[in-house]
Design a protein around this ligand. Structure first.
Ligand code: ADP
Ligand code: MG
Length: 507
């Protein structure tokens, strides 16, 4: 049954009702007359391709966007939040897609952000805060010293800590904007247990995710946005992933399912000597004795749960970390990479999992795309017309939205920013391209585009290494897969049929 016609069983007004919401940014409509209803004690999945308007809609509820048309009712009473503080006071708490943790604060301070317990003297009660934080984190199965600086922790842990803050804040409406993208399967299961407890208290949750299996397993109902419009809301009973994908992308999607979750046949390896190889590489406690190689025209997937050492491994290949043991060979010659500049000069390119650091948010698209050329040939006098034209070609080929060379990078959705990060390497080809979590937080359409870009680069003779904790990412991109577990390679899959189950099993 479509929820649009459904009456609340008790006749009580919904917990949240948004009607005919429209919102524009500088004349560009992000939401066009959108409705959204959330019941008390409900987990409601919200899905849609990148740029569909999910985050914008939720930021209206969270009091981040205060200028909009339409009405917002909570428990039947119309409200219009003037600030994030207003929204918080009304019992609404949101985990943003972009983590809002404060890296310089401790874990405990982040858990208690804005509401630190005070002692009799009116000072922050540190012992109480550390103890409380430890308890809350334990509830999520997180074992971390609350006195640590949060910025020093891996991103997945940071995300769990932010979740802890929101889940235990007592809010009646909790909005989670892509909370699981950095979490390992066991962490996701722990999060879901907590969400179910929160629901049992009669609190409501909006859960935004591109992981459709997650959406289907945790949500009572689901709403789909497309292009700033509400497509449908439906109970999750009797619907499946294909149904969701059809409504999300509204275009033919033959083969999509297969490439993301079905059986994948790995090809035989291309001929030729390795472009890059590692011999017995080790770094601290992160990883040990890693030997692997990658040839031209091959995509090697390095899969493992978060924290298995794969991120440190990728950084070692790019000269960011110095290995304690072992060595790196490039085209058969041992190379010591003292820093990233040496790695770049040797022809190694790296796109990290946090794209933000690689891109220039206040610069237009064409600048971001041409930057790698400018970096290389610093005195090159590039005609602005040529620069824009090259960029326009990439923007069209990669379906970057909006397709405007002058659009500021910061206004693009995460998926589109990633395409921009990759576009740079189409302009100037390195020998080895290392991608860390290249499709994290992206919808199926954008993922598909990234897959095409990476294949294109591979077919042009690049050796590509994809490091990821997402099985889907590895399955859709890799020609060969090594699995890392607790810092060691435990399995290799080559020229055989693999599946998500096999990867999860090996890790
Ligand atoms: N602060 C902003 N300034 C300008 N444009 C924005 C801003 N936030 C979002 N947009 C635009 O609004 C549209 C919807 O974005 P968003 O709500 O982030 O989508 P989603 O969360 O579904 O991926 C996109 O086209 C995006 O570029
Ligand atoms: Mg979003």
């Amino acid at each position: 049954m479509a929820l649009d016609e459904k009456q609340s069983a008790t006749g009580a007004p919904p917990r949240l009702k948004m009607t005919d919401i429209s919102k524009s940014f500088g004349g560009v409509a992000a939401l066009k007359g959108v409705d959204f209803t959330l019941q008390a004690g409900e987990i409601h999945g919200l899905v849609g391709e990148n740029g569909a308007g999910k985050s914008t809609m939720m930021k209206i509820i969270a009091g981040v966007h205060t200028e909009y048309q339409g009405s917002l009712e909570i428990d039947g009473k119309e409200v219009h939040f003037r600030s994030a503080h207003d929204s918080l006071a009304a019992g609404i708490s949101m985990v943003h897609q972009e983590l809002s943790i404060v890296s310089d604060l401790t874990v405990a301070e982040n858990v208690y952000l804005g509401k630190q317990p005070l002692n009799a003297l009116g000072l922050v009660d540190w012992p109480a805060m550390v103890k409380g934080a430890r308890e809350q984190l334990n509830n999520l199965g997180i074992d971390v010293d609350p006195r640590m600086r949060i910025g020093a922790l891996p991103i997945g842990l940071q995300q769990l800590i932010e979740l802890a803050r929101v889940l235990f804040s007592g809010a009646r409406i909790i909005i989670l904007d892509e909370p699981t993208s950095a979490l390992s399967p066991p962490e996701v299961q722990r999060l879901f247990e907590v969400l179910r407890k929160v629901r049992a208290d009669g609190r409501s949750i909006v859960f935004i995710s591109h992981f459709l299996d997650d959406i289907l397993s945790i949500s009572d109902a689901v709403t789909i946005f497309r292009n700033g419009r509400h497509v449908i809301s439906h109970s999750t009973e009797g619907i499946d992933k294909n149904w969701l994908i059809e409504h999300m992308i509204g275009r033919g999607h033959e083969g999509l399912e297969e490439s993301y979750s079905g059986l994948i046949s790995l090809p035989t390896r291309p001929e030729g000597a390795p472009v890059l190889a590692t011999q017995g590489l080790s770094y601290g406690r992160a990883f040990a004795d890693v030997s692997l190689d990658v040839r031209a025209g091959e995509v090697l997937g390095v899969y493992g749960f978060m924290g298995c050492g794969q991120l440190e491994f990728a950084r070692t290949l790019f000269g960011k970390l110095k290995p304690a043991h072992g060595h790196i060979e490039l085209e058969g010659k041992t190379r010591t990479l003292r820093n990233t500049a040496q790695a770049r000069a040797a022809g190694i390119a790296f796109v990290p999992e946090s794209r933000r650091s690689m891109l220039f948010h206040h610069q237009p698209l064409y600048r971001n795309i041409s930057i790698s050329i400018l970096e290389r040939i610093s005195r090159l006098w590039l005609k602005p017309g040529v620069e824009r034209k090259t960029a326009q070609g990439h923007i069209e080929a990669l379906h970057i939205r909006p397709p405007r060379v002058n659009a500021l990078l910061g206004s693009l959705s995460g998926g589109n920013q990633q395409k921009v990060a990759l576009a740079k390497w189409l302009t100037h080809m390195p020998k080895v391209l290392i991608l860390s979590e290249p499709t994290r937080g992206m919808d199926v359409g954008a993922k598909d585009d990234v897959v095409k870009i990476v294949r294109d680069l591979r077919d042009k003779g690049l050796a590509v290494i994809v490091v990821s904790a997402e099985p889907e990412t590895v399955l859709s991109l890799a020609d060969r897969v090594v699995v890392m577990k607790k810092g060691r390679i435990v399995r290799e899959f080559a020229a055989e049929t693999i599946s998500k189950d096999k990867l999860l099993e090996a890790a």
